[in-house]
Design a protein around this ligand. Sequence first.
Ligand SMILES: CC(C)(COP(=O)(O)OP(=O)(O)OC[C@H]1O[C@@H](n2cnc3c(N)ncnc32)[C@H](O)[C@@H]1OP(=O)(O)O)[C@@H](O)C(=O)NCCC(=O)NCCS
Length: 215
Amino acid sequence: MIMEEIWPPYAVTITSGELSMRVVRDDDLPELVDLVLSGIHDPDRMPFSFPWTDVDPAELPANFVRYHWQVRSQLSPARFSLEFAVRQAGEMVGIQGFSAQDFAVTRTGETGSWLARRFHGRGIGTRMRRAICAFLFDELGATEITSGAFTDNPASKAVSRKVGYRPNGTQRLARRGTVGVIERLVLAPEDFVRGDEPVQVTGARPLRSFLKVDR
Ligand SMILES: CC(C)(COP(=O)(O)OP(=O)(O)OC[C@H]1O[C@@H](n2cnc3c(N)ncnc32)[C@H](O)[C@@H]1OP(=O)(O)O)[C@@H](O)C(=O)NCCC(=O)NCCS
């Protein structure tokens, strides 16, 4: 057997214009670590609810691959994260993720993403969010998709707004020792703003079987 048959998440590719996304493999990790070390957000503001970038830079590379190996080893129909390595015109730019529990029943889950800072503000974040939402609605049969952003993360909130997410309450979290407010967001299929760039997906069928999801 080949790896794509053994591990169906590896068979999935999502493309939209010059953007391509596939589940992170070991070969992708060095490029992704370089992006993380180059900086993915303003160090003065923590955009993540789990502050994984707030560590000694010497520990980040091993922590990063440990996280991705953990995601891979724990992926099951009951609980999974699909972490897509995102390339723009062949160049690695960041990660677009989706996490869910009991997805075959709940049909919901949460998106999360990051790009290296040098790729911010070029529309890539919007394109990759649209691509994952198209994949989730059209190929995995999601009935809603959630997201969240700290109030001081205008770029993430702008992406969600452009893609059609609606406000869905707030959540207070401890962030660097003080309270941070997350604006919760939810996207319904009828609100999804797809944009002009069509999204193509291959390999969804074996993934659906693997995750025990009927469309
Ligand atoms: C969030 C993120 C993925 C967005 O990607 P991106 O490629 O920069 O996003 P886009 O270029 O597609 O869109 C950004 C939008 O934010 C807007 N924006 C950016 N900074 C802004 C600011 N300070 N005030 C208001 N709007 C702002 C841009 O104007 C743009 O909207 P527009 O197209 O309507 O003009 C990227 O900024 C990132 O990786 N940030 C660090 C990690 C992070 O915050 N992840 C999300 C955690 S919830």
